[in-house]
Design a protein around this ligand. Structure first.
Ligand code: NAI
Ligand code: MG
Length: 356
């Protein structure tokens, strides 16, 4: 099978980790019968400054018309409003129908660094990608209670639809079923009670209409007969999770939190999944504090290559990558500074390639 992959490094360390992801694809064992061609695509703040567009039309058009999959690095976003600039990743998810952000988070025990949790973690966060506060409908107006007219009020719309809630819960259910199947096939996994469970995350005790709609729709979607084998729960605080389904904002926060629980943001991958193209994307940002030093951890991106392949129906190729990453971490000789080591992006990448 011959596949065309778009490469969108974006800003900052995106430019250092996306080449690592590309090298992994080029180095997959030939026995998998896959060949890859690549197309470089532009997006991000730097691109905006150069061209006036954060997400050039050509990038979207090429992804839609030419690519089977893509890898997206990260983009920098200024914390204050810059006229005409808006985050390209949000726009890209929208224009390509990428309604789910799937974020697996897994502990690998390594002599290089201590596990931040007593119990190893192995869970997937399925984040809704198109709505919630990310519709970015905001306004600022004078506070009517302030006679001086100086005080302001700012508001943002949190939009939840039953359509988006249904499809995100449905894909979370499918992922939970697949994880169960994979565990059974490999005979792996302890038998903790949360395996085969989807946890619906919400705050419908406070936001009874928006989160209430998310909750009831997700429950309904997950009660379809083909999900009979799954257990469903809601946001009960517990040590163990298998698959967590969440609206956009909570999904983002939960996955950054889970990243801390496995050791570093530099370890956590994701894939944007929807109606067509699959886009792999590390969960981290452009990391300006370590940009240009060649020490960004490439593992989040390399695992994202795996997640991309998984959703392109190439689970064997994904498994080869996951195993190589796990083996490298388990040996723990070459890890980047975020995990307490001194290895470079290049050295870690080469160590993983050696194990493919
Ligand atoms: P960040 O993820 O870029 O960095 C947070 C911390 O984690 C930093 O100390 C960084 O050095 C470290 N880190 C992140 N990835 C790493 C890696 N692969 N290896 C080693 N260390 C790593 O988040 P931050 O600092 O909040 O944001 C920086 C910029 O990135 C901002 O402009 C923000 O808007 C953007 N950003 C973009 C995202 C995206 O493109 N999807 C997501 C999050 C932030
Ligand atoms: Mg984030």
């Amino acid at each position: 099978r011959s596949l065309r992959i778009g490469l969108i490094p974006g800003d900052g360390i995106g430019r250092e980790v996306i080449p690592a992801g590309k090298k992994i694809l080029e180095s997959l064992p030939s026995s998998l019968g896959l060949s890859f061609s690549f197309v470089d695509l532009d997006a991000g703040f730097d691109c905006f400054k150069r061209t006036g567009a954060a997400l050039p039309d050509k990038t979207v058009k090429t992804l839609k018309e030419e690519c089977d999959g893509a890898l997206f690095g990260a983009v920098s976003s200024p914390t204050t409003k810059v006229a005409g600039y808006s985050s390209p990743i949000v726009a890209m998810r929208k224009s390509l129908g990428l309604y789910a952000n799937v974020r697996p988070c897994k502990t690998v025990l390594s002599p290089a660094f201590a596990s931040p949790t007593k119990t190893p973690i192995d869970l997937v966060i399925v984040r809704e990608n198109t709505e919630d506060l990310y519709v970015k409908e905001e306004k600022t107006y004078p506070d009517p209670s302030d006679p001086t007219g100086k005080a302001q009020i700012a508001e943002a719309i949190k939009r939840i639809s039953s359509k988006a809630s249904w499809r995100i819960a449905d894909i979370a259910g499918q992922i939970a079923l697949r994880r169960d199947k994979m565990r059974q096939a490999s005979g792996s996994g302890t038998s903790h009670t949360k395996q085969g469970m989807v946890t619906i995350t919400h705050k419908s005790n406070v936001l009874s209409q928006t989160d209430g709609l998310f909750r009831s729709t997700a429950r309904e979607a997950l009660s379809q007969p083909h999900f009979n084998a799954l257990k469903i729960e809601e946001q009960i605080v517990d040590k163990y999770y298998d698959v967590i389904v969440a609206p956009n904002l909570y999904g983002d926060l939960l996955s950054d939190g889970s990243a801390a629980l496995v050791g570093s943001l530099g370890l956590v991958p994701s894939a944007n999944v929807g109606e067509g193209i699959i886009i792999g994307e590390p969960c981290h940002g452009s990391a300006p504090d370590i940009e240009g030093k060649g020490v960004a951890n490439p593992i989040a991106t390399i695992r994202s290559v795996g997640v991309m392949l998984e959703f392109m129906d190439l689970p064997d190729a994904a498994e080869v990558i996951y195993k190589a990453v796990d083996a490298s971490l388990a040996e723990g000789k070459l890890v980047t500074p975020d995990l307490g080591g001194t290895a470079t992006t290049q050295q870690v990448t080469d160590d993983i390639i050696k194990r493919l």
